[in-house]
Design a protein around this ligand. Sequence first.
Ligand code: FAD
Length: 818
Amino acid sequence: NSRVVIIGAGIVGCSLADELTARGWRDVTVLEQGPLAAPGGSTSHAPGLVFRTSPSRALTQYARYTVEKFSSLRHAGQACFLPVGGLEVATTEARRLDLHRKAGLAASWGVEGELVDPARCAELFPMLDPDTVLGGFHTPGDGLARATAACLAQIERASRRGARFLDRHTVTGVEREGGRVTGVVTDRGTFPADHVVSAAGFWGPVVGAMAGVDVPLLPLAHQYAKTAPLSGLEGVGADGVEAVRPILRHQDHDLYYREHLDPTGNGPGRIGIGTYAHRPLPVDPYTILPYDQAPKMPSSLPFTADDFAPSWTETGRLLPTLADSQVEEGFNGVFSFTPDGMPLLGESSAVRGFWLAEAVWVTHSAGAARAVAELMTDGRTTVDSHECDPHRFEKAQRSPAYVRERGERSFVEVYDVIHPLQPPGTGRPLRTSPFYPRQQELGAHFLESGGWERPHWYEANAPLVEELGLRLPERDSWSARHWSPIAAAEARLTREKVALYDMTPLRRLEVTGPGSLAFLQRMTSNNLKKRPGSVTYTLLLDENGGIRSDLTAARLAPDRWQLGANSPADLEWLVRHAPDDVQIRDITSGTCCIGVWGPLARELVQPLTPADFSHEAFGYFKARETYVGHIPVTALRVSYVGELGWELYTEADVGLRLWDTLWEAGQRLGVIAAGRSAFNSLRLEKGYRAWAADMTTEHTPEEAGVGFAVRSAKGDFVGRDALAARGAPARKLVCLTLDDPAAVVMGSEPVHVDGVVAGYVTSASYGYSVGRGVAYAWVPAAAAEPGTPVAVEYFGEKVAATVAAEPLFDPEMARIRR
Ligand code: FAD
């Protein structure tokens, strides 16, 4: 019976105690520095607006669960969720269009909603001047979480199942031994523990420091104010009803609104106004006084009226009747922002048994708590949660300066229209490959991923568009962002000549030791028992048979492997399971990689190397350690773009020289540098899945179309039994081509089958070789037959598409195997 201590009784700590005790955990103690009913963290004054739809599927699923759960929870006879609905309005054309995109996201993730005209907006929220808005998005199932009531209801329930909630206990230390937590020290004694969860809200970094764990979040103040009591809010106050009309968002001015009872509970209602329009107001969590010393609530700082003034003016424009009213009370409330705006959920790799459940909104609280409880109980989550993994930030992304800069940015951008490819506006460049200076010289258009600067295309290739006579369909303004016709030229030359791709950001792990083969056989799905010099595509599955990651495993010597992996979680997972005779190292930062791909790749590389790069001597999915010019390389004959070629790996210090060697030698062949935009098109034409985008732990290999990487006959491995017990897949990842050759979609759009939403797009691009938009999508298995007509909803338009036999390009693999 493991002992769990949860630090913090805000909405996250209370929800987690409830989720854990529901799963049979009995020894659960929640320690809280404040008094239980309203301990003084962010939850104590959260207005509780729940807009569920987000670009993140995980966050949307968390929010759906919060609504479902809080609707069934009751405190003092009342439900903990008020389903008043949600209304987001647009006052700019960009926002109006974005609401169409949002309606698509809602449909993809299972949230009901409809786009409405200005008159309907005013009907739903009568104070609103319809002349100020261009339209809205109405989600009837959104509404208000009664966060304090939800805490109390869950405290009651978890207590009945044996949990202890001890308030006025301030945690001052976390005890550790041998890399594990052993207890929690408070001002009122020490509590032994096998698991400690920090649900300390914006005090997370303070509690993290007690355990020697970085918690990359920034506390920021955010303004919330209430008007004087108003006439015209019929229904509010009657029988204690808190709110009747939908919660309202006016994101063009970073504002949101809800109805409130007046302080007596039976006068006329009033309006609460939240704003993100003010300057970022970072707060040092070490300076926030605990409850017994704070003048008010610790997380409630004095209202700075000047910061609020523009929001009040704008409110008067949108809701003219408020112009006669005034702000009666307001405060600057503190809560957490992370560098990418996502929560931090999971166990620390630095200290075993120390868990983070931080940077979570009330909106996502029940789902986030469920995810942490599932991780603690089963080691996996029902909703794929890789976006919330606390290890997603690399070392270089955890400095206080970075966390502050990006945290402030998250605040500023919280309601902005963000393009899925949009790079962060601050703190760049952070990570660059050794080829960066050459990429700059070639006019690379850089976007960012995992902190890396990644060229998407090179302006130096612009003349090729004319020279190749490329005629490309016009793009709409959204899909034209962070895109250039140059990508089409780069894709064409990869298919016709040869191109250099910077593959440095691809994560690389080195696995060594006498137990390495047995270990990798147990951890992954494909058969790796092959001669040194072999490369195998294999999968990391979880115990349930879900895809944790996919790997390219090169056996370089009997006991030495190089793995091409995905997220930092892969390292974490492997290290956690590795026996003593296996060592695992992340070598990404100290090494680099160039993909040399195209029909002329052999002509380019062969004269530079002493090794035989002929097809006979160096076959497909083989590896060699050799030299290119002066540079020692590990060459892997693999290709994500479907053309002949190699990935050439070397140490970072000689990387630039490798680039220059290939570049100079390639001039006679017309070599170009090519970027991610072309790469993504080429990979989709070949049907190569990208983990995270196309498949996650929620999917099995068979569903995702990577069943070929599972060799059940090889012996036992993680996930094997679970896969064997599964029936036929109910859904499949399929390739769609868009019927109109001019159409493009971007990803995450809903897919309609027989007129109803039945799935969603994972990755999409234009297929320059096939002359059509290509999209991968999850659809019901019944709709997975090639030839099935479907429609992809793009900004409210139904784009006709057809399930295609895959891969679209070179299914015989003739171009790669020669
Ligand atoms: P908290 O509620 O802060 O709980 C953490 C608890 O840990 C605290 O009670 C604290 O006392 C305790 N603690 C910390 N350190 C220690 C220690 N050393 N020892 C013992 N106990 C400790 N979210 C929405 O979804 N919708 C909204 O409309 C919304 N509006 C907001 C408006 C404002 C003005 C603010 C400030 C926030 C708003 N939020 C909203 C965000 C939301 O309130 C928070 O994200 C959420 O409440 C965080 O919950 P939590 O349990 O993680 O943290």
